[in-house]
Design a protein around this ligand. Structure first.
Ligand code: B1M
Length: 214
């Protein structure tokens, strides 16, 4: 195993072991070793989050551990975020982004926001637990090119369809492109609810958004 793989695995394990004291040090070590910030997020921390999710499903971890894992990942992101975001770039489009009503998961959404900003988008982040009316209001007010929604729960996916319906009712659906993402989201689901695209991960999401404004 290479030194780089070893550091990545240590970062993955720090998430799984909820090791908030060491995560920042390990992320800095990884950057110093020349590992791109995005690889640290995807191959290290996100992999750790997957394992935490599996442990939760097996009743080895409970809600307290999910909360702690989220905190550990956020600590790591504080070190990595400046390396994910580019410098000053020319604005290429505007995106309204939010996690849908009933859903509090924001780690993936925040990564999408960081990478979109780095790619030159102006991002208006509505946060978590965002009701359809708030998406509609934000579209009216900011006239974005794109609306992006995130959902991590199978029970909140349906809210994405509610947002699209609300945009249709307000006569705004045809004025924006709509992209959705999050662990349970598939392209079939996007087609079913009338979204324009679904993204498996943040990079795919950013590439789709770029293709829409170029
Ligand atoms: Co929650 N949780 N959680 N949780 N949690 C999951 C999602 C779960 C799969 C765990 C499991 O059982 N295996 C499960 C959902 C099961 C289901 O619906 N089928 C679950 C559950 C059940 C719950 C609660 C109901 C638990 C409870 O209360 N009993 C509760 C719900 C609260 C609520 O939202 N109302 C809950 C709470 C939480 C915490 C708050 C404790 C915490 C979140 C902290 C936070 O976000 N601030 C948490 C966590 C950490 C997780 C897991 C472990 C990790 C999620 C994560 O951050 N992943 C998760 C397990 C898992 O996902 N395997 C789990 C890392 C992140 C980088 O990935 O968010 O997928 P992800 O984002 C990716 C892509 O999906 C994509 O790009 C990102 C980066 O590449 N992407 C987009 C995401 N949004 C996009 C939008 C785009 C494009 C791409 O365009 C707009």
């Amino acid at each position: 195993m290479s030194d780089k793989d070893e550091i990545i695995n240590k970062i993955r394990d720090a998430i799984v072991n909820l090791d908030i004291d060491n995560i920042q040090r390990l992320c800095m070590e990884a950057l110093k070793a020349g590992i791109p910030a995005y690889d640290i997020v995807m191959k290290g921390m996100s992999k750790g989050m997957e394992i935490v999710g599996e442990k939760y499903e097996r009743n080895e971890y409970f809600l307290a551990e999910l909360i702690m894992a989220g905190e550990v990942m956020k600590e790591g992101m504080k070190v990595l975020e400046p390396h994910l975001a580019g410098g000053e770039v020319k604005k290429i489009g505007k995106v309204i982004l939010g996690t849908v009503r009933g859903d509090l998961h924001d780690i993936g959404k925040n990564i999408v926001a960081t990478l979109l900003t780095a790619a030159g988008f102006e991002v208006i982040d509505l946060g978590v637990d965002v009701p359809p009316e708030k998406f509609v209001e934000a579209v009216k007010e900011n006239k974005p090119d794109i609306v992006g929604m995130s959902a991590l729960l199978t029970t909140t996916m349906i809210e994405m369809e509610n947002v699209i319906k609300a945009l249709k009712d307000a006569g705004l659906r045809d004025k924006v492109k709509i992209i959705i993402g999050g662990a349970p989201i598939t392209k079939e689901f996007a087609d079913k609810i009338g979204a324009d695209a679904a993204a498996r991960d943040a990079v795919e999401g950013v590439n789709i958004c770029k293709s829409w404004v170029s």
